[in-house]
Design a protein around this ligand. Sequence first.
Ligand code: ADP
Length: 400
Amino acid sequence: MNHPTRVLVLNSGSSSVKYQLIDMASGDRPAGGVVERIGERTGALVHRTPGDGKRRTERPFADHTAALGAVAEELSADGLGLDSPELAAIGHRVVHGGTRFTRPTWITDEVLDTLRELVPLAPLHNPANITGIEVARRLRPDLPQVAVFDTAFHATMPEHAWRYAVDRETADAYGVRRYGFHGTSHQYVSRRCAELLGRPPEAVNAIVLHLGNGASASAVRGGVCVETSMGLTPLEGLVMGTRSGDLDPAVIFHLRREAGMSLDEIDTLLNRRSGLIGLCGENDMREIGRRIAEGDADARLAFDVYTHRLRKYVGAYVAVLGRVDVLAFTAGVGENSAAVREAVAGGLGGLGIELDPDRNVLRGDAPRLVSAATSRVAVAVVPTDEEWEIASQSYALVTS
Ligand code: ADP
């Protein structure tokens, strides 16, 4: 019999499950989809197949068990069920690996116990990831299941980059340090950048800007991450769709004392009601662009705060790396917003970064250069593919 070559990638969030089936031999993606609004009165499952497009089911999904059961049924309907002999592994995205997990990990009972111990570090994310793993293991107890961590790629940061200047005893007792997130994306994109430049990853220094709803920057030296913008949690760093990113930590004491807000209220304020949405009531960059074109001052300010923060990080990471070969934009905003790329990378000739205005506005699905031929630093747009990265890391582990 041929070796199984397919990996099912599962990304279980608090109220959604995204999934994708990838064939590692052919690169095909025979199916994928998303279950949304799990636990709510109205739920939806959108299942995609390459041939006939989409099947949409609207009904409530009580919990992750119900949601993953429905996903398994959809896959079975096309002969791609969890019992299919072609399935080699299930690869799970797990947000926080703490300091315990710094590489793709074969999931055992012991690993699950350790993941549960890490929940206090990522209370918003890890519980859903764990539930997804538990349900998938019940559905296919004999199949290898692999956890791929958002934090793992950043584990190579030197201590002077990951350590906060906080009393060491307290920090170490509570795991207070910078971990970084979006690691699979930063890893995938930095490697694709090297391919785009036709050089081995070890020979390329990259700054990667992952700009989705969440956003983070990383500095990658020769394929190894040396700095990133997110910290203990995904709140630190860049301005995001709904998160503030960097601020003076005293803002929290001030709001607690002067506004009488509870810690939970401040948590919600900074994670869900700040960033672009806090500044202009809108977190979709497309809509912000439309409003700017109509002369909306709030949208303009939100855009300027967002891109100013990004420019500061680019400058800082040029200094961290010393020599930069490529500045890469990825994820929803990075791949699609020429205006953001222009505001971040325009006028940086002094740093050797020259954007080509014509190339910058061309659209495309493939990795591409948007810098001028004379630019010392290449500027690239590289569509991210976290599912593929999770699948390939999982497959590599179970076939090694
Ligand atoms: P996530 O995976 O973090 O939810 P994505 O990487 O899919 O996010 O990015 C989503 C964001 O991308 C949207 O909120 C929107 O701001 C932005 N976006 C998507 N398409 C465009 C576009 N054509 N122009 C500008 N921004 C876009």
